[in-house]
Design a protein. Sequence first.
Lengths: 234, 378
Amino acid sequence: MAAPAIQATGLNKWFGEGDTKTYAVKDVNFEANFGEMLYVVGPSGSGKTTMLSMISGILRPNSGSVKIENTDIWGLPDDGIAEFRLHKIGFVFQDYHLFPRLTTAENVAIPLVLQKRDWDEAIEEARRDLDIVGLKNRADLPPVKLSGGEQQRVAIARAIVSRPDILILDEPTASLDGDTGRTIVSFVRNNILNEHRCIVIVTHDARIFEFADRILKMEDGRLTGIDKGATNGQ
Amino acid sequence: MPGTLRIAYKLLVNDRAKFVTLLVGITFAVFLMIQMTSLFTGVLGRASATVINIGASIWVMDPAVQTVANTIPLPDYILDEVRSIPGVKYAVPFYSGGALVKLKSGAYQAVNIVGLDDTSLFGRPQLVAGEIDDIFAENAFFAVDDSEFRKLENPKIGTEFELNDHRGMIVGIARVATSGLFGVPTLYTTYNRALQYLPNTRFTISYILVEPKSTKDAQFIKQQVAKAGYLALTKDEFMSKISTFYKYQTGIGTNLMLMTVISFIVGLSISGQTFYTFILENIEKFGALKAIGAKGRELIAMILFQASFVALTGYGLGIGLCALVIALARLQLPDYAATITFPNLALAFVMVVIIAGVSSYFGVRRVLRIEPFDIFRG
């Protein structure tokens, strides 16, 4: 049996000490598999983002471990974690965080540039991925000239350009209207997800739950349940 | 160029407003710093013009002399005493003083009269017209063709003028290495004619110009002159003494130094603040880069590259602007005393490096403090 894409074991994260000690995430255990689109849902302050940060190698847990393809990422040195993220994990941030002074293609090429790939080659690959997300003719425009939905697709192109195994989307529909949000997540489900990739989406937008394979529910830092998504793993 | 630096470059130059503000800030600061220091260098160079133009190795003077223009006449016996010091190859009297000449038009013009030793003409200027021997002709003077030449109504050989009711005649046109500080033309004649034409005190020698047999003798000559109660300085020491006077005993040095420091502070403030704002505006993007996998040292390199690029571009523009302003100023004011030297450029460069360093330091601190987790939290 293949190793799970993500394996979180006994994850704990707290802030403060003594009387002020507050758990953001408490004793979370779960696995995510390749070919799976996993949602993490819950109300604001439930610990979704903290948990997401820990499984993506951004926030160190106080205890517990995170294994990605059997690699204990928190056992790596700091530079090693950054290198691991660069090659294995793609991020789509809630506010996209695209550079307004770079062209769309240059924004998409950033992970490849950070991997020290040749500039022209990186831009060429970025154009190819912009084609995948349907924005080939927007490659030379700055992101500010694009609509919200188009910017979201640019962010997705940037996240997949280095062909990561894990894709993390943080509230991907938060800045979009209902139809655009559904279109985007549907696009991700149908075009980006494959048997070699695991996608984790943090959201509290119930309108896109239908695209999930499984839904992890969080409340007060704890995992309170795991639902089968509407796709039922299909 | 590495891709990350290329991104840094594009982030910087594509933000036109900030890039221009940064460039203007540094260019202006560099311009002012170089302008002030080159003006000061020019003033110091001009203040030592006589020492440079005459070129004597050792100058003997009264210990109270502070600048070459502020002469205190020496008694004749000092000349004999200096000539008797072992190690002196030769020593000659030298006259330097101010006078008023009445020009052909009837106008009066202040001039500097230089009287060269009649026997050797030691310190004579390079002639561009006329013969050197003509200086021994009756009423003969050489006019120096420098930036003040036109004040003598552009004389030619044969032009006459009056000096203390004496007739004077231009018998040669000369060139010298550097013009004087005070904006007056210079006339060369013999030492004895200078004494004959100009009113004098009991003692008449302005300086004794000494050539030692070898450079090793200079120290001994200085000691012997000091024993006689006078001061012997090498050319460089005399120039340094003159510089010290202008730097510390007049307001010129202090004021120009203040202006230089103010330029530095203005440049630092404008550039530092603009660069920090530029970093702050991009701070979330830098955080996103960190989240994607950029390492701290890569982000530091990007910021240092941006700061260095702005600093060096502004430095080049500032030098160019300063050179242009000096050139334009000289079109209108031929005696405009400003000289850009390598030490001026080096000083401005050091200050620009400090501006870039301080500006990027705060930016780097801010970028290193941002946690990728903050990007997720929004």
